[in-house]
Design a protein. Structure first.
Length: 410
């Protein structure tokens, strides 16, 4: 290319691939180097715990682009390449072969890694984590009909794997230290819905349980020993106790970090004007909420790169999307939008027991902070409008299925 400008994208997941796509769509004709630590082409991660384990999708179904796309768009894709360091002063990155590559703009999309559990037996064979396609492939081989799986952690990954395993005829025990699943993300009111869902599908859900040890025999996991002295027998163990954002490269580069991630403004620019960050690691200023938000959700990796690409090209842009995530477990499909780290109460519209409802998180002034639609579709836009309005709603009408959501802003 005649343009000698070089943009380096660090991270081979959805965020890196979408950034490359956005740059070319914005007619950037300089060099794009995409460094992917894994050997696979960049792919989306949500299917790993859902459709892949359920046998409904293969890797090619959730690979962002095939090899031909990178060639046709002149993206220099370096698979199996972990960037070792960043030198902001020299504007270079160091690669494993001891070479350095210069950049004009740099994007960090380094994602997260699974949190490890520092207990005896955690390094035994048969102990699984789920973050990469290789992780999912190994776990997939262990989910044999009639076998048993112990899941430590009743968050999104743990519950989605539990649902996939149960649908494959695997006996599943889920251990959670909190009093309800997902209580940190959704609160007790909605956490109860997921507890009931899994128990109805045969999961042995044990709450307020402390795992002290992964028991082993001949170097292979055989189950768990709990804090009360009881044992859970299992052929395989999944540790699903959250993720740790990969901010080490940003720290090494001297970028401002905090709030669990890399501090970026609404344009996703870091403390260095030539470096941007997206996805799991981006703790971004949100214009609507007037707060810094970092979420480990697919939607950020999908949509933030377009904003970052605009900024890298000197175009004004802000990331104003509401936090969004979704899940599919058994017969329950849901979407959540909004931001409710604290709230006054949750109200429900529809049939909670039948799992066809909308939940709303309200503040003390009856403003909608977040909403979740469960097995009810075509309401997400109305939920987002209620949140964005920041105006009080009538709770009585909010819970009335006959009152159109689009007309509820008072």
């Amino acid at each position: 290319m005649a343009n000698t400008t070089t943009f380096i994208l660090v991270g081979g997941g959805l965020g890196g691939a979408k950034a490359a796509e956005s740059l070319r769509e914005r007619n950037f004709d300089g060099q794009i180097v995409l460094c992917a630590e894994e050997e696979q082409l960049p792919y989306e991660r949500p299917p790993l715990s859902k459709e892949f384990l359920a046998g409904k999708k293969s890797l090619s179904d959730f690979t962002v682009h095939d090899s031909a796309w990178y060639r046709e768009n002149e993206i220099e894709l370096r698979l199996g390449t972990r960037v070792l360091s960043v030198d902001p002063a020299a504007r270079t990155v160091e690669l494993p072969d001891n070479t350095t590559v210069g950049y004009d703009k740099l994007l960090l999309a380094t994602g997260s890694r699974s949190r490890r559990l520092p207990i005896p037996g955690s390094d035994a064979a048969g102990v699984h984590y789920l973050r990469t396609f290789q992780d999912a492939s190994t776990l997939n081989s262990a989910l044999v009909e009639g076998s048993s799986l112990a899941v430590v952690g009743a968050g999104w990954i743990g519950l989605e794997v539990a649902a996939s395993a149960r649908q494959r005829g695997v006996n599943v025990t889920v251990l959670e230290s909190a009093k309800l699943p997902l209580i940190g993300a959704l609160g007790a009111e909605v956490g109860t819905v997921f507890a009931t869902l899994h128990r109805e599908h045969g999961v042995d859900l044990r709450l307020q349980s402390q795992v002290e040890e992964i028991t082993t025999a001949d170097g292979k996991a055989t189950g768990l020993r709990l804090g009360d002295g009881t044992n859970v027998t299992a052929d395989a163990v999944l540790i699903a106790v959250g993720a740790h954002p990969n901010v080490e490269l940003a720290d090494q580069a001297g970028l401002s970090t905090g709030d669990g991630g890399v501090l970026v403004d609404a344009s996703l620019r870091t403390s260095d004007p030539d470096i941007y960050a997206v996805g799991d690691i981006a703790a971004a200023e949100h214009p609507l909420f007037g707060a810094r938000i970092r979420t480990e959700h697919w939607a950020n990796a999908l949509k933030q790169p377009a904003v970052a690409a605009a900024g890298m090209l000197g175009e004004p842009a802000e990331y104003t999307e509401l936090p969004y995530f979704f899940t599919d477990q058994y017969d329950l499909g849901m979407e959540y939008a909004g931001h409710a780290p604290t709230y006054d109460r949750v109200v429900f519209r529809g049939d909670v027991d039948g799992r066809e409802f909308v939940a709303f998180w309200l503040d003390a002034g009856n403003r909608v902070l977040a909403g979740m639609n469960v097995n009810i579709w075509d309401v997400l836009d109305d939920i987002k409008s209620l949140i964005r309005s920041k105006r009080a709603v009538d709770p009585g009408k909010l819970v009335d299925p006959q009152a159109p959501l689009g007309e509820l802003v008072s």
